[in-house]
Design a protein around this ligand. Structure first.
Ligand SMILES: Nc1nc2c(ncn2[C@@H]2O[C@H](COP(=O)(O)OP(=O)(O)O)[C@@H](O)[C@H]2O)c(=O)[nH]1
Ligand SMILES: [Mg+2]
Ligand SMILES: [Zn+2]
Length: 308
């Protein structure tokens, strides 16, 4: 019996990295017991597994999935109650954004951040393509960076064309398992290829970005990094994860709103129109950024399911 870590899962075939650094093609033994209720895939990227192997070839049979530290889900389909595990045992999630080409919406960023909060996974923001930015874009970048840094989210400015700040990003990823998310076209694949040139993954043309709404059947894949650690790419998965949030708990995941909510007059305050709401006062005073509050209102207002 050997121990390994799952790099890729198609539901039938699994790529498993063994302790000697070799990638084994594995399948599942008979019917592997699924411990979690309503989860469609028994084995996911990032899982630690035990497998039996025939030393002569590079294949094995997975016999057990070890306990997961955490995992990120997505609904199997919009209507079903069943979920699929996108990845497990994650140390941190990076959201890659760009100010232009394409423009990442603040609400999209905030949806990502509250999902990470709900999963209790550290989230950081990568602002890519800084080589493209002129005065107006730099001003916007500065604004967003200061807004998110103030509430405790680290921001890393990056240009993959000029390789600026790559070293500090590598330091943060070293020996950790990181998941990368972001709208299509922001540069995720380019980053992976830069971090590990052996990967030679296909990058998208900007003109392909209109395809992002379509359903693309691709599988998340975890890549071994030459500096130590793993990076998980989730092509075709918009945003990330699924968390069923009740309306009255959404503000728990907006850090700065949650902090101030304890001063609201009513303890069931939803920070909308209630009298004595400390959150609204903080927004008026500029202590809570209006953009964040606007995201909060939109998320409260909207049908969250469409963003899954
Ligand atoms: N100007 C500029 N373009 C970049 C940068 N990083 C990536 N790109 C380009 O952006 C496009 C989309 O990149 P890709 O890695 O496929 O994005 P993905 O959809 O997030 O995986 C490609 O044409 C890349 O060459 C950057 O730092 N600066
Ligand atoms: Mg890509
Ligand atoms: Zn309130």
């Amino acid at each position: 019996m050997e121990k390994g870590i799952v790099l890729k899962s198609t539901g039938i075939h699994y790529k498993v990295l063994n302790s000697d650094g070799f990638v084994m093609d594995c399948s599942i033994k008979g019917k592997l017991r699924i411990k979690e209720f309503q989860i469609t895939n028994p084995i996911a990227v990032g899982d630690n597994v035990l497998f039996e192997t025939d030393k002569k070839d590079e294949s094995g049979i997975i016999t057990e999935v070890l306990d997961r530290r955490n995992y990120i889900l997505r609904k199997a389909t919009n209507l079903s109650k069943q979920s699929q595990i996108i990845a497990s045992n994650i140390d941190q999630v990076f959201l890659m954004i760009t100010i232009i080409l394409p423009e990442t919406q603040v609400e999209f960023i905030d949806r990502f951040l509250i999902t990470a909060e709900a999963y209790r996974i550290t989230a950081k923001i990568i602002i890519n393509k800084t080589d493209l930015y002129k005065e107006a874009e730099i001003e916007k970048m500065n604004y967003l960076e200061s807004m998110y840094t103030k509430i405790g989210y680290e921001c890393i400015r990056l240009s993959l064309y000029e390789n600026t700040n790559l070293d500090s990003l590598i330091l943060q990823m070293k020996d950790k398992t990181s998941l990368i998310s972001g709208n299509s076209g922001v540069g995720k694949t380019t980053l992976l290829n830069t971090l590990n040139p052996e990967l030679r993954l296909k990058t998208a043309k900007i003109s392909d970005s209109h395809k992002q709404g379509k359903h693309i059947t691709t599988f998340p894949e975890m890549h071994n990094m030459p500096f130590g650690g793993f990076v998980i790419d989730t092509p075709g998965i918009r945003g990330f994860g699924v968390v069923d949030m009740e309306k009255n708990e959404i503000y728990h995941f907006f850090r700065e709103i949650f902090r101030i909510s304890e001063y609201c007059r009513f303890n069931n305050c939803l920070h909308l129109e209630e009298p004595g709401c400390a959150v609204r006062v903080a927004v008026e005073k500029g202590e809570i950024d209006f953009l964040r509050y606007r995201s909060y209102l939109n998320i409260m207002d909207g049908d969250n399911r469409k963003y899954r």
